[in-house]
Design a protein around this ligand. Structure first.
Ligand code: ZN
Ligand code: ZN
Length: 286
């Protein structure tokens, strides 16, 4: 298992040093503004204080298997949450930059639908801060977008985050490791079993990458983790292809309680996720 302690020391790359050095010049030409509310801020690559304060970073103590925060309740080291107890996960841990709420929702929608692609490094930075120590060689694999959706949007947000994470930590990006074999309907509004059914057979390892994945350690990246049905289907495909470990990394994690609450209220969580129906404006959930 990877260690889940927060990482303290990270090597600073030359590219990062150069971009840091250029920052004052860029700030002079384009005065930095908060990408969410337009408030003036000190640096290009952040949010204003009020928008930062809206983001919730998952806390400790947390489930030993899926890192679900226990929400302030005391827990023994190694304690496992009820959902993991009922249905042990296939993955080897979940690193979430934030918990899904109004603030992280606005950020992901701005990133995807507002095409604020410049947010990618900041979102990746928040994810990276939550990653365990990844020893040895890790492959970074995004949850794929159906090619129809990729064509209409022009980019896969999960792939952009995966590329940023790979660049930051010197990991190998394998952008086409998983492919969508069929289009899946919108998952928002579907229950857990219906989501799993809708995804069955939809996600598979690319035959070209099968060899590369045997025995590999994989960081599986998505922007929003809702029920986990999509990442679970990806994890199953990766492990069937022989992957040794799969750690899930996401920017915003919807805790099941929030999802169940939304479903019980007859609504869907709006994430603009990777499973939207082509042409539909309303974002679906993954
Ligand atoms: Zn702001
Ligand atoms: Zn758990």
């Amino acid at each position: 298992m990877p260690g889940w302690q927060a990482r303290q020391h990270r090597p600073v790359t030359l590219a990062a040093q150069i971009s840091e050095g250029l920052a004052p010049l860029v700030d002079l030409i384009y005065p930095p503004r908060c990408p969410l509310c337009g408030e003036a801020i000190a640096r290009q690559s952040g949010l204003c204080g009020a928008c930062w304060a809206e983001l919730v970073i998952p806390g400790e103590p947390a489930c030993a298997l899926c890192q679900r925060p226990f929400g302030g309740a005391a827990a023994e080291p190694g304690a496992i949450c009820a959902p993991c107890m009922a249905d042990p996960p296939r993955h080897d841990g979940i690193a979430a930059g934030t918990l899904y709420n109004g603030g992280s929702r606005r950020l992901t929608l701005a990133f995807k639908h507002g095409r604020r692609l410049a947010l990618a490094p900041m979102l990746a930075r928040l994810i990276a801060a939550r990653l365990p120590v990844l020893e040895g060689e890790w492959l970074v694999v995004p949850v794929p977008l159906h090619r129809w959706r990729l064509w209409s949007r022009g980019f896969n947000q999960a792939a952009l985050l995966a590329a940023e994470l790979a660049k930051r930590d010197g990991l190998t990006l394998l952008v086409d490791a998983i492919v969508r074999r069929k289009h899946t309907p919108m998952l928002g509004g579907l229950g857990r079993k219906a989501r799993a059914r809708a995804l069955s057979g939809a996600l598979a390892v690319s035959p070209r990458r099968r060899e590369r994945l045997r025995g590999a350690k994989v960081l599986l990246v998505d922007d929003v983790l809702t029920s986990g049905a999509t990442t679970d289907a990806c994890t199953r495909a990766l492990k069937r292809a022989g992957a040794d470990k799969v750690v899930v990394a996401c920017f915003a994690r919807v805790l099941d309680e929030a999802l169940d609450g939304a479903l019980a209220a007859g609504g869907a969580i709006e994430t603009g996720g990777t499973n939207e129906t082509p042409g539909a404006e309303a974002p679906g959930a993954t």
